[in-house]
Design a protein around this ligand. Structure first.
Ligand code: ADP
Ligand code: ZN
Ligand code: ZN
Length: 740
């Protein structure tokens, strides 16, 4: 007898498998990774086969059999990876497995399947019947005539000659045609951005980088990989360090082609895919049929079919955002992480995995080479990975000069743009060129108050201020779904003199349009890019315009390349510095440097303006000199002194609940329990209060650990015990390993 060990797909933390089932003789194709529907008490659940065994601890009569097997399951090595993620990020096996299953294999609802269609072709007997004047109905004859020109699908036949399924069946019974059900591919549409398929001759530095990667590919499990905590010796890994426009994407493409030549597949991770339509278009153009793309903006059917194409080996390169690290690419030879500093590689929900860490684990397990590329490396990559340098822009142009504009001296009444910035924009208009303006807040203005009584509009559910969205005439909370109509008068004193303060993308858009007309202004933020395809289409419009300004949030700093841009300006460079977070400097540096990279890509050269209240901060100062090595040296020294990553590991425990005193005492109790369980060389800070969101009060515990594995294990054990405690049921406890 064969036993299937099945992990149920459920959201309940307490329900933990695997559970044993008997393998029915009729389901002998089941293997590790198969998805089955199983009886579970009175219910039916989906589950994943995580192990095959000969014997069970349970007596045979207590073993049930699966009811059915779904069409597709995950490969065995990905089942292992999913379970590893669950352990490493203190999540449940079910949530870990969910990441590696075919898209649409939900815990509830309908599961996605292949779409099939009936296709018919004419047989020799059919040809003979047509010419031999055999007795045929009108529709039957029309169908045979249509098919004599070539194979057709049932819907096509119905549309062409009105032959329905019954007519086809009769023809088939008479042996005149053959029909088969064939899988239909739901193919994701291209973005409309065109990219050249031509392969340029690589520059010497690019060649060197590709050679190093190729050598590592040929060496398979080379010994030179760094040792990573929780992962062990990793596969050969590289940091491809090059300013924007230095030809990194060409190196990725050549490396992918080298992997394909060796019969191996590749995964290319890009920041949230909406943000990189140009990169995706380039990969699609170069790789043709072997290219697959996986991301959340695809329909469920498209995602499922792309996944199946990878699983079957029909496609062997997957491009996608963080979740593509779980793509079922066969014989994986290469993982590329583009813009490796990007925060979107960290998942916010449970499991809060970091795709960069998972990529290292997966590369190590499959003997694949890892290439992380960026202009602004993370301190951890700078410290740990051997570097491949692309020091110059491909076109030989120098990086644009960066002018720091000190906003402390500016008159606050003159608005969000400094006179110097206006002057530079006027010059862009005069020259018929293009500019990019970035402000890190969407909406019109972040602050609405009553002039007479001082009433301030805040979110009723969160301790934050409501943001004015003038375009939709609403006040919106950016932390929860709260929306209300923009007021005409104060609810406290009925005064109609309300004052708006601060600026967001909508306001800057308006100011620019007023002053720079008739130059067109395009706004790109998550409001204008919400519709499917809107992101790419806004970029395309900006690209096609003769001249113009692109204004928006961080989105405008990513994943595009417009040679006519001669000015980029960032209006609130230090907004990120105000967050109380050890990564604030790193993030600010990356943001300023990335935006700087968008300017001066063409013959007209370019410049960058950085408006800041903190011109002396290390991140802004180094970014203005395009000096990542200098910044990283200082930043690593600071982290070493403060014992922050990469010199320690952080684990955060987040608690939230509606009842504040209960939350507070639970947080204190959890902190005490954790202090007892943690290894002695780790420190626990907190509980610290966080601002209320969605009517939930929040507390945070932060653990600085030297020994990652022992710390994670201790936290997991304690949190699981607490999660099972019924008296704490209304509290939510989440663990974030390596928080961002
Ligand atoms: P990055 O990814 O570092 O920003 P890209 O690979 O996008 O750089 O290259 C910037 C531009 O230079 C692109 O338009 C690309 O097609 C072009 N390019 C890259 N490498 C070469 C090369 N060896 N010869 C000519 N053009 C190149
Ligand atoms: Zn008032
Ligand atoms: Zn809110």
């Amino acid at each position: 007898m064969s036993i299937l060990r099945v992990e149920p797909l459920t959201t309940a933390r307490a329900l933990r498998g695997p559970f044993d089932y008997r393998q029915p003789a009729a389901m002998d194709e089941l293997e590790v990774g198969s998805v089955v529907r199983v009886p579970f008490g009175p219910r039916r659940l989906l589950g994943v086969v995580v192990e095959l065994a000969e014997v069970s601890d349970l007596p045979p009569e207590r073993l049930a059999e699966p009811i059915e097997a779904l069409e597709a399951g995950a490969p065995a090595e990905l089942v292992e990876l999913g379970l590893w993620v669950a352990r490493e990020y203190c999540s449940t096996p079910s949530r870990g497995l969910q990441l590696v299953l075919p898209p649409g294999t939900g815990t509830g609802g309908r599961t996605v399947r292949s779409k099939r269609e009936l296709r018919a072709e004419i047989l020799p007997a059919g040809e003979a019947a047509l010419s031999g004047g055999e007795r045929l109905g009108v529709k039957q004859r029309a169908a045979l005539e249509a098919l004599s020109a070539g194979e057709m699908s049932a819907p096509e036949l119905a549309a062409a000659v009105g032959a329905d399924r019954a007519a086809l069946r009769r023809l088939e019974t008479r042996g005149l045609i053959a029909s088969r059900s064939s899988r239909l591919r739901r193919a994701p549409g291209a973005s409309g951005l065109r990219a050249p398929a031509k392969r340029p001759d690589l520059l010497p530095e690019q060649k060197d980088a590709v050679a190093a990667i190729t050598q590592a590919l040929d060496g398979r499990r080379a010994e030179n990989g760094p040792i990573s905590p929780g992962i062990g010796p990793s596969a050969p890994s590289f940091l491809l360090h090059g300013v924007t426009g230095s030809g990194k994407t060409e190196v990725y493409l050549a490396a992918v082609e080298a992997a394909l030549e060796r019969g191996r597949g590749a995964i290319v991770l890009v920041p949230e895919i909406g943000l990189a339509p140009q990169a995706v278009a380039r990969f699609r153009a170069r790789l043709g049929d072997r290219f697959a793309v996986l991301h959340s903006a695809l329909s469920a059917g498209e995602r499922y079919d792309e996944w199946r194409r990878l699983r079957s080996g029909e496609a062997s390169v997957c491009v996608g955002p963080r979740s593509a690290v779980f793509a079922p690419v066969r014989d994986l030879g290469l993982i590329v992480i583009d813009e490796e500093h990007d925060a979107s590689y960290k998942q916010e929900g449970d499991p809060s995995y970091d795709a960069r860490t998972v990529a290292r684990k997966r590369a190590a397990d499959s003997g694949a080479v890892l290439v992380a590329g960026t202009a602004t490396p993370r301190p951890e990559s700078w410290l740990e990975l051997p570097r491949l340098e692309l020091p110059n822009r491909v076109d030989g142009r120098r990086l644009p000069p960066v002018n720091l504009v000190d906003m402390r001296e500016a008159d606050p009444r003159s608005g969000p743009l400094h006179p110097d910035t206006w002057e530079a924009l006027d010059a862009v208009r005069a020259a018929g060129a293009k500019a990019i303006v970035m402000i890190n807040r969407r909406g019109f203005a972040p602050w609405l108050t009553c002039r007479s009584c001082g009433h301030h509009w805040g979110c009723p559910n969160c301790d934050v201020s409501l943001i004015i969205h003038r375009h939709s005439g609403r006040l919106v909370c950016h932390h929860c779904a709260h929306i209300e109509a923009a007021p005409r008068a104060c609810p406290q004193c009925a005064s109609t003199t309300l004052s708006q303060a601060g600026a967001g993308t909508e306001r800057v858009e308006q100011l620019l349009a007023e002053r720079l007309a008739p130059m067109p202004v395009f706004r790109l933020d998550s409001d204008t890019a919400a519709a499917r395809g809107a992101h790419a289409s806004i970029l395309a419009q900006f690209g096609e315009a003769a001249s113009g300004v692109l204004v928006g949030t961080q989105m405008v700093a990513k994943g595009h390349d417009f040679p006519e841009v001669t000015l980029s300006a960032i209006l609130d460079a230090d907004a990120t510095l105000r967050f109380p977070d050890f990564r604030a400097e790193e993030r600010t540096f990356a943001m300023v440097a990335q935006l700087a990279g968008r300017s001066g890509r063409g013959e007209a050269g370019g410049e960058v303006i950085v408006q800041t209240l903190a011109p002396g901060s290390a991140s802004i100062e180094h970014a203005s000199r395009h000096d990542s090595a200098g910044f990283l040296a200082g930043e690593l020294e600071r982290r070493r002194l403060l014992r922050y990553p990469p010199f320690s590991h952080l684990v955060r425990v987040n608690l939230s609940g509606e009842h504040e005193p209960k939350l507070e005492s639970a947080a204190l109790a959890l902190a005490t329990e954790l202090r007892r369980a943690l290894p002695s060389d780790s420190d626990l800070l907190g509980p610290a209060p966080m601002f209320r969101v969605r009517n939930r009060h929040r507390r945070r515990l932060m653990i600085k650990a030297a020994d990652r594995e022992r710390t994670v294990t201790a936290v997991r054990t304690v949190v699981e015990r607490r999660a099972a405690d019924r008296s704490l049921r209304e509290l939510a406890i989440g663990v974030d390993v390596d928080p961002q």
